[in-house]
Ligand binder design. Structure first.
Ligand SMILES: [Zn+2]
Length: 204
């Protein structure tokens, strides 16, 4: 039961509901005996590939305590090699049944990638590498983009970028793809709405 994708998904949905209702249950896990148990082993419920944005900490928005989420965060929630390696590690080592790619509204990385298409500016090599990873997604929406305040195009790009990371995980990781085929694992996309605090799962 505990290692079923549907169970893990339900726990995250319930957690986001507690967060929305300001009924957090995180604090009870900060007890000495819990810390001691966790020091010996972890058994995380889900892997989250999220954005580094300071407003989207997965543990808080899903109301999960220590030891529950294995979190990979990078600006734009991109699935490049080190991220895929981290996710494969967690899925194999801890038998995590769920991977959530968590994008969010108003993502600065998406906005920057759009801007870089329209009005390229000099950025460092490393920032350029990051923005290039998002470029294929924003290029698809380029014709409908009307500048940095174009909320519709940015919202579309956020979701497309989440889907692109989901696809990249499955295409570039035979381990994850095989586990999805057997039903041991689910890889789902989700969007966190900064404005409301709600997480919308894209497949619902
Ligand atoms: Zn972001």
């Amino acid at each position: 039961m505990m290692n079923k994708p549907e169970y893990a998904l339900g726990q995250l949905k319930n957690g986001n509901q507690r967060f929305l209702n300001a009924r957090s249950e995180i604090l009870p896990t900060l007890r000495a005996n819990v810390l001691k148990e966790l020091a010996d082993e972890q058994n995380p419920l889900a892997v989250i590939l999220g954005c580094s944005d300071s407003r989207v900490p997965p543990e808080i928005v899903f109301d999960q305590g220590l030891g529950t989420l294995f979190v990979v965060r990078v600006a734009g929630n991109l699935a490049d090699r080190t991220q895929i390696g981290s996710i494969e590690f967690a899925v194999q080592e801890f038998n995590c049944p769920l991977v959530v790619v968590l994008g969010h509204s108003q993502c600065g990385a998406i906005k920057a990638a759009f801007n870089q298409l329209k009005n390229p500016v000099n950025v460092s090599k490393s920032v350029s590498f990051l923005l290039e990873s998002i470029r294929p997604t924003v290029e698809k929406l380029q014709s409908s983009f009307n500048g940095i305040n174009d909320e519709g195009a940015i919202a579309d790009a956020v979701r497309l970028n989440v889907q692109s990371s989901v696809d990249r995980l499955l295409v570039n990781s035979p381990i994850l793809a095989t586990k999805c085929e057997t039903g041991e694992l689910k890889v789902v996309g989700a969007e966190y709405l900064l404005e409301s605090g709600a997480v919308e799962f894209l497949e619902d």
